[in-house]
Design a protein around this ligand. Structure first.
Ligand code: C2E
Length: 539
């Protein structure tokens, strides 16, 4: 995944991580608030039912008392008694007496007009019944409820049934089955009332939160304004917001930490090694005496999954600093054997140089890996040369034993980039080396006025003196080539011949070059652009 993609994904994750807990907390609060409001409504529905039952019990008692009073019905004495009972009752407004289906008297006196008895709407059991909407002559002001038993009727104000102290945004009601509203403390949407009088337990619609309680034949209910109920959430939000923020911060921190881990160059490199994103390119090494390609230097290339190439001078130092160089060297050995075993078996005169870092050299752990791979592939150990930079030789004693071990295993060992580091003549004398690679900065200086140009012949003389084979790297011009050949340098590599090439292209290059014969004098100009290095881009 590209760095930019990871950053975008990480940023999105961080935003999500920040938003999600807030949304979750808000949702949780909302759900909790609605559930709390529904419980609140259920509680009020219960109180409304209790209140109604108390009023009805009062009315029942009044009716029984009226019936049991002695005396002739509707006599002045009887009327006075009815008046007394009505006055003593807390929830009954008046008592009436019916005979032959018409009202004969009330607690106020005999009735002269013809007032017929209204058939009951609700059977309350035990001989008691309820008429829902009565407009008594004596109380013209408002509709009443009438509870009847035998000949007597007690008038009740409906509001007494819902006379419960409530929050202002709440409405209470009592019904006697679907659509049969007995009393309500306010107004209600007919659709909601249909649901509530049918006895739905608890719920929410676009505008209300409601609950109802059924105890046949009665259903008590309460509903409140949803917007007002949720409006109270604002305080809860303020309370729980810090908690949400804390969770968000922790999550954002985790996302940033994880993406940093993932984006750290070290982590990227480790993942790349695990995914084996590396290939090896081979830069031909030319025998200056005849122009033939006799060897190649194996150079690691990191190809990102998005197709970008990373230069080795960026990732090799990182691998060396982070201890990742060992698995990288293992991968290099594996790839080289995989790529070149066939060619090396077919031409025993061909060799491949591999770069071994100072750390690898000191630990010596690359050697068994290399020996094992070489043995399994059937190539000669002498066909794999080891190039170690001067840093690898700083601790001369350790380096000497590592070189000895490598040579004992049959490999040739060369000192790479000679002249750029800390090497001294005495160091070189003490090490059992086979070859020396002249760094390209000295080759570049050939035939120029650069200060290093005077050093180049001395390096060559010194190598001759120590009987080391010499390889000149970074050869770019015919002039440099001619100089090196004249100075007795046997091997050269550089863009004059070819850049580092993928395995198949290297095989083709070598075949083409060697097929042209042994005439070295004409080979100098046969440069090969190659495709390998050309694709490398900096990060
Ligand atoms: N200007 C110029 N440059 C030329 C010319 N011919 C070759 N080069 C470049 O010079 C470098 C030679 O490799 P090096 O000195 O071992 O220097 C290598 C080596 O120290 C290290 N490296 C590469 N592959 C490996 C590896 O597998 N293991 C280790 N430990 N180090 C490696 O990375 C360094 C850079 O490698 P590259 O970028 O491939 O760069 C290569 C090569 O592409 C030329 O004519 N002119």
């Amino acid at each position: 995944m590209r760095r930019r993609t990871i950053l975008i994904v990480a940023a999105c994750l961080a935003i999500l991580a920040g938003l999600l807990p807030m949304v979750a907390v808000a949702h949780l609060l909302r759900v909790r608030a609605i559930a709390a409001e529904q419980r609140h409504m259920a509680e009020y529905a219960r109180w409304t039912l209790m209140r109604t039952k108390r009023v009805f019990a009062d009315a029942r008692r009044v009716l029984i008392e009226a019936e049991t009073r002695p005396g002739t019905e509707c006599s002045p004495d009887h009327v006075a008694q009815l008046r007394q009972i009505a006055m003593d009752a807390r929830n009954v407004e008046d008592i009436g007496y019916f005979r032959d289906g018409r009202l004969v008297c009330t607690s106020l006196g005999p009735i002269r007009q013809h007032v017929p008895r209204t058939p009951p709407d609700v059977d309350l059991g035990g001989g008691f019944a309820l008429v829902l909407h009565i407009e008594p002559r004596t109380f013209r002001s408002q509709p009443m409820l009438a509870m009847s038993h035998d000949g007597y009727t007690a008038l009740i104000k409906p509001e007494r049934l819902v006379d419960v102290l409530t929050d202002s945004h709440m409405t209470l009601g009592i019904a006697a089955g679907p659509g049969r509203l007995i009393a309500m403390s306010g107004k209600g949407d007919p659709r909601l009332l249909r649901i509530l009088t049918a006895g739905a337990a608890a719920g929410i619609d676009e505008r209300h939160v409601f609950a109802s309680l059924r105890e046949p034949p009665l259903t008590a209910f309460a509903f409140s304004d949803r917007a007002q109920a949720l409006g109270r959430l604002r305080n809860d939000y303020l309370l729980l917001l810090p908690m949400g923020l804390l969770v968000s911060t922790v999550l954002v921190g985790i996302v940033i930490w994880v993406s940093r881990q993932r984006l750290s160059p070290e982590k990227e490199l480790a993942i790349a090694i695990r995914r084996r994103e590396f290939v090896v390119h081979y830069q031909p090494i030319i025998d200056l005496s005849n122009g033939r390609c006799v060897a190649a230097e194996a150079l690691l290339r990191w190809r990102r999954p998005d197709g970008r190439w990373i230069r080795p001078d960026l990732f090799i130092p990182l691998a060396e600093d982070t201890g990742l160089i060992s698995p990288l060297t293992d991968l290099l050995i594996e790839r080289v054997i995989e790529d070149q075993a066939e060619l090396l078996r077919a031409d025993r005169g061909l060799h491949i140089s591999i770069n071994i870092s100072a750390r690898d050299l000191e630990s010596g752990r690359f050697l068994p890996v290399l020996s094992d791979a070489v043995a399994r592939s059937g190539i000669e150990p002498s066909q794999i040369w080891i190039e170690a930079t001067e840093q690898g030789f700083i601790r001369a004693e350790i380096a000497a034993s590592a070189i000895k071990a490598a040579r004992a295993a049959g490999h040739m060992v060369a000192i790479d980039d000679f002249g750029t580091g800390y090497s001294s003549l005495s160091l070189l004398q003490g090490l059992p080396l086979d070859a020396l690679k002249i760094d390209k900065s000295f080759v570049e200086a050939i035939a120029t006025d650069a200060a290093t140009s005077v050093v180049t012949p001395h390096i060559i003389d010194m190598a001759h003196g120590l009987k080391l084979r010499i390889i000149a790297e970074g050869v770019e011009t015919r002039e440099q080539e001619a100089y090196l050949r004249a100075a007795g340098v046997p091997l050269a590599q550089g863009w004059l011949y070819s850049r580092a090439l993928p395995a198949a292209e290297f095989a083709a290059f070598r075949q083409g070059r060697n097929a042209e014969g042994d005439d070295s004098s004409t080979d100098a100009g046969r440069g090969h652009a190659g495709s390998g290095d050309g694709a490398i881009t900096a990060r």
